[in-house]
Design a protein. Structure first.
Length: 410
């Protein structure tokens, strides 16, 4: 049964140099534990590797229309959010999700945070198809009773070697370095494991984190929150899997796939401001599968890239030179009581360049990783663009300058 969450109570801010102490579990919403917002309840569906079957696409679109506000928000982890849900919708939503395979484990549904290179196996790039790793890891995760103790913020990142998702701040990161080998990174250390062992190694690393967190007694949600002297040790994984430590392993860094074709039978599109209407989601079909991405878009596998003009006509972003590519925003008003502005209505793209994110308050919910332009609503109706005050009417030139000027000059 779905339940609304009470407003989160933040843990006290630690003194400089002191470890953060988490006095309670995280308040991340899920598919069964909803968040109450000004526009109704919010459900967050974890989609390992962002994957949706064609049937699940239809179910998600139907649920958005029948129970929510008719839209699906794509998160910075490639998950999906339904907003505007009414009180008492659990009798319909939970069975609907379960029947479609979107709720395989009620006890583990909030910890299925797995991001994988979305174009893996489709465009001929990458050292291995990490989408297959993601499916095995999800199965192992849901089958391990102890894994339900992970935070809803703990993140597994699976990169096929191109470096498109390594910068997303994974707690446990797997990188394919050859068709038969991977590097497992956690807490600044790395070990080399056989590709066949990669999902099992990632789960073992998560268990090592939980052991370290219990020993520290600080209630850490993420690996980076572990205090000095209580780091999670990948050497435990090395012993269990006969893995070899890699002292100087470096995470590869690469760009995300550009909107457009991905090989002969796949394509990549972006959702305007990170939200898909139910109609736009359905427009991605027919397809073998749809993979929501951390860049708030979708990779459509098993389809003809010649469909791109038709998808553009539906309002999706299909070209890398679109000024709206890389533009995102938080919920803003009227959905969020903390927001100072209707940031989605105020958002302007400027010219293509760095990613830009519009935030209604200093929490900056959903901001991208890496280098990005920060547009923050300010009291009185204006904005701060990378910290500089800008009237709302002057946002377009200010955002263009911020997106296109060398970072060293700002």
């Amino acid at each position: 049964m779905l339940a609304a969450m009470p407003p989160p109570v933040p843990s006290p801010t630690p003194a400089p140099g002191a470890p953060r102490v988490r006095e309670r579990g995280d308040a991340c919403p899920g598919a069964l534990r909803l968040h109450s917002a000004d526009d109704g309840h919010l459900a967050r569906l974890r989609l390992p590797a962002g994957r949706l079957t064609a049937r699940q696409v239809e179910v998600l679109a139907d649920a958005a229309e029948a129970l929510g506000d008719g839209r699906i928000s794509v998160t910075s982890r490639g998950n999906a959010e339904l907003r505007g849900l009414a009180d008492g919708c659990g009798a319909e939503l939970a069975p609907l999700l379960a029947e479609a395979g979107l709720l395989p484990s009620p006890t583990h549904e909030r910890v299925r945070n797995i991001v994988a290179s979305p174009a893996s196996g489709l465009d001929g790039l990458g050292a291995a198809d990490v989408q297959l790793w993601a499916r095995e890891l999800d199965e192992r995760l849901c089958a391990a009773p102890w894994a339900a103790g992970l935070s809803g913020r703990f993140l597994f990142v699976l990169d096929d070697g191109r470096g498109d998702v390594t910068g997303l701040g994974g707690d446990v990161t797997l990188v394919a370095v050859a068709p038969d080998a991977a590097h497992l990174h956690m807490g600044g250390r790395a070990v080399r494991v056989a590709a066949a062992d990669a999902p099992r190694a990632a789960l073992a690393a998560a268990r090592a984190f939980l052991s370290a967190a219990r020993a520290a007694g600080t209630g850490a949600w993420r690996v980076r929150e572990l205090p000095e002297g209580h780091q999670a040790d990948v050497r435990d994984v090395r012993k269990a899997l006969a893995a070899e430590e890699v002292p100087e392993a470096v995470l590869p860094q690469g760009p995300p796939p550009a909107p457009g074709p991905l090989g002969p039978a796949a394509l990549h599109v972006l959702a305007p401001l990170g939200r898909l209407t139910a109609g736009r989601l359905r427009a991605l079909l027919p397809a073998d599968e749809v993979r929501l991405t951390p860049w708030r878009g979708a990779v459509v596998a098993g389809t003809d890239p010649a469909r791109l003009p038709a998808l553009e006509a539906h309002g999706l972003i299909t070209r890398p030179d679109s000024p709206w590519a890389g533009v995102s925003a938080c919920t803003g008003r009227p959905g969020c009581a903390k927001s100072l502005a209707d940031v989605r209505a105020d958002a302007v793209p400027g010219r293509p360049g760095l990613p830009v994110h519009y935030s209604g308050c200093e929490r900056r919910c959903g901001h991208p990783h890496g280098d990005w332009v920060d547009v923050l609503a300010a009291p009185g109706g204006g904005y701060l663009v990378d910290g500089a005050p800008v009237p709302r009417t002057d946002l377009a030139p200010a955002v263009t300058t911020a997106r296109t000027a060398p970072r060293t000059t700002r």
